[in-house]
Design a protein around this ligand. Sequence first.
Ligand SMILES: Nc1ncnc2c1ncn2[C@@H]1O[C@H](COP(=O)(O)OP(=O)(O)OP(=O)(O)O)[C@@H](O)[C@H]1O
Length: 232
Amino acid sequence: MVRLQGVTKRYAHVWALRGIDLELRRGRCLGIFGANGAGKTTLLNILATLTRPSSGQVTIAGYDAVREAEKIRPRLGVLGHRTYLYGDLTASENLQFYGRLFGVTNGHRRSQELLHSVGLDSDSQQRVRTFSRGMQQRLAIARVLLHEPELLLLDEPYTGLDQQAVSRLQSLLDDLQADEKTIILSTHDLPRGLAVCDEILIQSRGKIAYYHETASDLDIAGFEQLYAAHVQ
Ligand SMILES: Nc1ncnc2c1ncn2[C@@H]1O[C@H](COP(=O)(O)OP(=O)(O)OP(=O)(O)O)[C@@H](O)[C@H]1O
């Protein structure tokens, strides 16, 4: 589903990515871990076709991420640091608006389902500007799932979520995997990331410092040791 070969990214004098090679099969969930500035967001932005690599090749669902970005974009669900929600619209109106934008048929029903999945049923008619950060994050998660994307790119999805919302996200991610969706998420939360991901990658200074294909082999203590050993 995703293949990166020799991917670099340079911002002026900063090398954010310094030669990333990676393959991820359809239906797998990859967790990207690493210190602040390791290049996680840059990598996710390149996969989201929002940033061009300086060199190397990125292929998603068989399409080149630079030359064929328009073929890739409808297949992606991208959760970034910003929520891209409209404060003057209600939660339900936000989802219906994005549903129309993404060409979702049955946008109303789909919005209701997702509001339920993220636990916002009773807040669906409230304007988003009255929402807490965690409620906005729940709604942003619902927004990226509206059009049933094949590849989910989630940058720090646990931001602001309370324990109940984390459990809901966990079960949404399980359902998506059962449905053969591919997921790549970055997080600083080692236990939550390890619990949900099939594969893990520790990024350090723009490189892959450690990669493990079967996260289920690891317990949290072992993973924390590996993380400490590979993060600079
Ligand atoms: N638009 C930009 N212009 C210049 N430098 C940038 C830009 N975006 C990122 N960088 C630099 O690239 C490097 C990687 O940043 P990136 O945001 O990808 O890291 P990250 O691992 O996501 O960090 P965090 O955990 O803090 O979110 C950092 O040194 C950062 O300063």
